[in-house]
Design a protein around this ligand. Structure first.
Ligand SMILES: Cc1cc2nc3c(=O)[nH]c(=O)nc-3n(C[C@H](O)[C@H](O)[C@H](O)COP(=O)(O)OP(=O)(O)OC[C@H]3O[C@@H](n4cnc5c(N)ncnc54)[C@H](O)[C@@H]3O)c2cc1C
Length: 684
């Protein structure tokens, strides 16, 4: 990935300049040994390290700690890295997160067993040098709101500094650490590796989120595993079944102090509050109106109050995906809205599984054929026009302004703006993905970056979506209510010109006082010409990209829900005829054995005859020298759902919405292929 010039956090530079703040509590000497707290000899002390998964119910680390520990200490560490420029989160998301930590603190404070409090006086004193220092921009810092204040009786132990350092202090004092594994990349991945290296056997990452880890082919039978996990009993901490003692160390660190120190000043509007009560209320209210969900997904003004609004809560884990799923299954009427919602929760898992399978999604194009795509066309002026909502395409501009002001957009508008950025403006995908990641209050790395790569067409599937923002005006906002809410300078333009203001006759512009090119920009690019350029460039790489999917390591990265079988089916059907040899693709023994069965299952009646592999193209040597060829696992693709389109593939299946009201309906223009080549019907 090239430079960071297009990244923007919005945080004032001064807040992060100068020396990094001191590490603070709890200090090693202030951490009691487990024996000292429980009065039992050789007692087991467990720290539950919360990162995401900010809840106590259906939280495997919490349940394990309560069951297995004599003493347990729930801990959250404010990591200054997330507040620094490199953190990439807008202040609204940071505040929401702080609210969630404070809310978790209150949940613990109210939960049995009541805590043994330990005062960490040295840490508190050190705070004077760090968090209690005056805010950087005194006039800008307002008093943090009630939602991030701590309760009198503390629940969590709060630390501030490098989590690795603080966790190792606990380990040195005889504690074990348990935490929920989370799909991470970049800094989070490196931090987790440092924790493993530093704490060794004393730290356990548990996989309690339904995702499949530590398997060579995680997508093997994935759908079945997910379905079973969603229906399985939730993890409930056995507060009453165990005599576990809870410890809370009073360090003086509070969400409010951290917030004030970093001058967190959310500027967004309509942002939900980050409490567990609000999460539950949101879920209940959505369940009550779930019947109308299908008709409220596509139009941005309907979606704001019509989709669930649960994404920030699911992202920070105030609710688990399973809790939301089971609540709807148990309480919603049987209807299409409930079915659609439940399947979207599976999509959440599907995309997060992708990040588990390959953390590189944030940095590299998943298909190497597309690495560096559009870098040569990088045009900072076009990027700025897109970010600021000044492209001359009203639906794009309304969406981008709405994103910046509220931190939320519905799926269709997110996808349309991503498609426009990469396919029409021809800009590097990661700049747009980082921009979304900064502004979205629900930004989930596992969904945002994988969706971006998918929308940008970097996977290597033959199907592509190019949204037409003019058509979206006609379809989703025919009266222009939403557009003129966000692009008020078009309010007086007659509605029939809102899809293409530049086509408004001059006399009408004169009459209504909207002068295109002055009060509102002309289109920054020629849409049709740009779209044609995109298609021809894409066609030139399409078969090579499809062919790459045959390589096991690329198929693993792409992480189709249909597993390796789905990737190979695409390669066989759309890759170049000399599929294997030129790029040195290595095919495992089991893959060869499995070819017929898998291909037939994935493609059904349309199965492409299996390729005959030449001797040169086949490497029968297992890549791991410790692994004999018989130990090589069978690549996925077997099973009932093999080769079935993944959620993103489904987006390419036409006609679905007309029948189902599905949001992912391809637009009519998309079905018309100007070059006469296969686009949308490949998976039908
Ligand atoms: C380019 C792009 C970036 C995106 N980035 C994010 C992101 O960072 N975080 C995020 O939660 N969603 C993201 N989405 C997916 C989707 O737009 C949001 O989940 C949805 O708009 C959130 O609103 P909601 O909770 O009311 O959704 P609902 O329609 O009520 O859906 C319920 C939940 O299902 C999941 N879900 C819904 N649609 C999708 C989808 N297409 N893919 C994966 N999961 C889905 C989410 O967890 C969501 O909260 C992105 C989509 C695109 C096209």
């Amino acid at each position: 990935m090239s430079g960071d010039t297009d990244r923007e956090t919005g945080r004032s530079a001064s807040a992060n300049s100068g020396d990094p703040p001191q590490q603070t509590g709890p200090l090693a000497a202030e951490i009691p040994t487990p024996d000292a707290v429980s009065d039992l000899a050789d007692s087991t002390g467990i720290v539950v390290w919360h990162r995401k998964h900010l809840r106590v119910e259906d939280q495997l680390a919490v349940s394990r700690a309560v069951a297995d520990g004599d003493v347990f200490c729930p801990l959250f560490v404010f990591d200054p890295t997330f507040y620094a420029d490199s953190g990439l989160a807008c202040d609204a998301r940071i505040r929401l997160f702080e609210e969630a930590v404070a809310s978790l603190d209150r949940l613990y404070a109210a939960a049995p067993p009541s805590a043994t409090h330990v005062d960490a006086t040295d840490s508190v004193a050190r705070l004077a040098d760090t968090l209690d220092s005056p805010p950087i921009t005194a006039e800008a810092a307002s008093e943090p709101p009630e939602t991030i204040q701590r309760p009198d009786s503390l629940g969590l132990t709060l630390g501030y500094g490098d989590p690795v350092d603080i966790l190792s202090r606990f380990v040195d004092r005889g504690w074990h650490v348990i935490t929920m594994a989370t799909p991470t990349s970049r800094y989070g991945q490196r931090r987790d590796e440092r924790v493993r290296d530093t704490c060794g056997d004393a730290v356990t990452f548990v996989s309690g989120d339904g995702l499949v880890r530590d398997e060579e082919w995680p997508r093997s039978d994935w759908q079945t595993q997910i379905t079973e996990w969603l229906a399985a009993e939730q993890h409930t901490p056995g507060w009453d079944d165990h005599d576990t003692v809870r410890v809370s160390i009073r360090t003086g660190v509070t969400p409010a102090a951290v917030d004030r120190h970093f001058d967190v000043s959310p500027a967004k509007t309509q942002v939900p509050v980050g409490t567990h009560r609000a999460a539950m209320t949101t879920l209940r209210e959505f369940t009550d109106r779930v019947r109308s969900y299908p008709t409220n997904i596509s139009a941005p003004q309907d979606a704001r109050g019509g989709t669930s609004g649960l994404s920030p809560y699911l992202n920070f884990g105030l609710l688990s995906v399973r809790q939301a799923h089971q609540y709807v299954v148990d309480n919603a009427p049987s209807c299409r809205g409930a079915d659609m919602f439940e399947s979207r929760l599976v999509w959440n898992l599907h995309y997060n599984q992708k990040l588990v399978d390959w953390p590189g999604w944030t940095e590299q194009a998943v298909n190497p054929v597309f690495e560096g795509r559009n870098e040569a066309f990088h045009d900072p002026d076009l990027v700025t026009a897109w970010k600021r909502g000044q492209t001359g395409f009203p639906m794009v501009d309304a969406s981008m302004r709405c994103l910046q002001e509220t931190g939320w957009l519905n799926f269709r508008m997110r996808a349309m703006c991503a498609s426009f950025f990469t396919h029409i403006l021809h800009q590097p995908w990661w700049i747009g993905a980082d921009w979304y990641h900064h502004h979205l209050i629900d930004s989930d790395v596992g969904i945002n970056y994988t969706q971006w790569q998918s929308q940008a067409g970097l996977i290597g599937k033959p199907s592509q979506r190019v949204y037409n923002p003019r058509k979206q005006v006609r379809d989703q906002d025919p009266d222009g209510d939403w557009i003129t809410r966000w692009v008020p300078e078009l309010a007086d333009l007659p509605t029939e010109f809102l899809d293409q203001p530049e086509k408004t006759p001059l006399a009408i512009q004169q009459e209504c006082g909207v002068h295109v090119g002055e009060s509102y920009p002309r289109p920054v690019v020629d849409f049709e010409a740009r779209r044609e350029q995109f298609w021809s460039r894409y066609e030139a790489q399409r078969s090579e990209a499809a062919r790459k999917l045959r390589r096991p390591e690329i198929a693993k990265r792409a992480s189709f829900s249909g597993g390796y079988g789905a990737a190979r089916a695409i390669a066989d059907k759309h890759g170049a005829a000399d599929a294997d040899a030129p790029d040195g693709t290595q095919v495992s023994l089991d893959e060869l054995i499995d070819t017929d069965a898998t291909t037939a299952e994935t493609e059904g009646a349309q199965a492409t005859p299996p390729q005959t592999n030449t001797a040169e193209s086949v490497d029968l040597t297992p890549t791991d020298p410790h692994e004999s060829s018989t130990q090589t696992t069978i690549p996925t693709g077997a099973g009932r759902k093999a080769g079935e389109p993944s959620p993103d593939d489904r987006a390419a299946v036409s006609g679905q919405r007309r029948e189902t009201g599905e949001d992912n309906e391809p637009d009519k223009e998309q079905d018309v292929d100007p070059t006469g080549q296969t686009r949308f019907h490949d998976f039908e």
